[in-house]
Design a protein around this ligand. Structure first.
Ligand code: GTQ
Ligand code: FE2
Length: 352
């Protein structure tokens, strides 16, 4: 017997509960909390400060070589509500990755989808299926499912960035696959613009017209990097038209009306100094990183101060309000495409 054995004061019923447990059966009528009026969420609101993340990532660099633990020097943000699991929420993996000057994180690929958001610095480039992509502050870099990727830091400065993966979802679906890449340490010359940018990042609404530019239908955006200069300009332009002091952009596939990857939604938000945003909540979880500015965030019944480099998590259906002391630039990744695909996505504004 390995399943839960239910108890009753009634001897006959108690014997029945013993017998069904021996047959790995359980009585629904004794269960509570299965079909709840609103989601029962284990993920807790939490914030990791830039200072702690930077200090501890730096120490990992001093203590741990790059070859230990999956060829990546990565500290997973572990949500305190998830019983020690290395997940930032029930559906998302978030981590800081630290790469010192001269180091290479070797090639591999996996069925979970990943992305990088760079909160500070530059100098690292990542190679995506042979296409080198430079990484710098404010850039969003995609690592779609099953694309080979390796990270190179040819300079002398160490660099840290945020990784987000859909790993908990893929693991929950028992669909994790992983493959090491061909070992090859030679540094590749980095073109100033990746070929993905030259094809798909030339300008809003401009995509190659020739069919050969679409070698095959992919489940993800063909543009592998969204540069900060463009994101910044788009936020500035949106704010000029807004009287709320709050602008939100979505990163999307430039060739089709959909999110950057099938499981992950990415957005960038700018909230001007002194602005308090409307309170919202949505199904699915969000991990947010502060690129710039300072203020506070209310998540459910908790309030956190936030500043440049901090990372926080908003659990499913938790209310969320930003209050900007200085202008806040916040990057957000969520699992919303999954919920939308399954008709489980709900969002609403909540009266303050
Ligand atoms: O950079 O390839 O945070 O494979 C977790 C798994 C980063 C990566 C993570 C990974 C990577
Ligand atoms: Fe990876």
């Amino acid at each position: 017997m390995s399943t839960t054995r239910y108890r009753s004061d009634d001897d006959d019923l108690d014997g029945f509960y013993r017998d069904i447990a021996e047959h790995d059966l359980q009585p629904l009528w004794e269960m509570r909390g299965l079909l709840t009026p609103t989601p029962t969420v284990k993920t807790l609101p939490h914030r990791w400060t830039a200072g702690d993340l930077q200090k501890l990532a730096q120490r990992s660099g001093e203590l741990v070589p790059i070859d230990r633990g999956g060829d990546r020097r990565v500290l997973a943000l572990a949500n305190p509500g998830l019983a020690g699991a290395p997940y930032v929420s029930s559906t998302l993996w978030a981590a800081v990755q630290f790469l010192q000057g001269g180091e290479v994180a070797p090639a591999h690929r996996h069925s979970p989808s990943a992305l990088r958001f760079i909160l500070d610095g530059d100098g690292v480039y990542t190679v995506l299926d042979g296409d080198p992509v430079t990484m710098a502050r404010g850039d969003l870099v995609l690592t779609p499912a099953w694309a080979f990727h390796e990270h190179h830091n040819p300079g002398s400065q160490s660099m840290m960035w945020l990784d987000v993966l859909d790993l908990p979802v893929v693991a929950g679906l028992d669909a994790v696959f992983f493959e090491a890449g061909p070992s090859e340490d030679a540094d590749r010359s980095t073109a100033p613009r990746s070929s993905s940018e030259r094809r798909y990042g030339q300008g809003a609404g401009l995509v190659p017209a020739n069919g050969s530019a679409h070698p095959h239908e992919r489940a993800h955006s063909p543009l592998m990097v969204y540069r900060w200069a463009e994101t910044d300009a788009a936020l500035t332009a949106l704010l000029e038209l807004s009287d709320t002091g709050d602008a939100q952009l979505r990163f999307r596939d430039p060739t089709r009306d959909r999110d950057v990857m099938p499981t992950l939604r990415c957005e960038m938000r700018r909230t001007t100094a002194g602005t308090r945003t409307v309170t919202d909540r949505q199904t699915g979880s969000r991990v947010c990183a502060v690129l710039d500015g300072s203020g506070t965030v209310d998540i459910a019944d908790r309030t956190y101060t936030i500043a440049e480099g901090d990372i926080f998590v908003v659990p499913s259906w938790a209310t969320h309000t930003l209050c900007a002391t200085t202008a806040l630039d916040i990057f957000t990744t969520s699992d919303a495409p999954i919920l939308e695909a399954l008709s489980l996505y709900r969002s609403e504004q909540v009266a303050p």
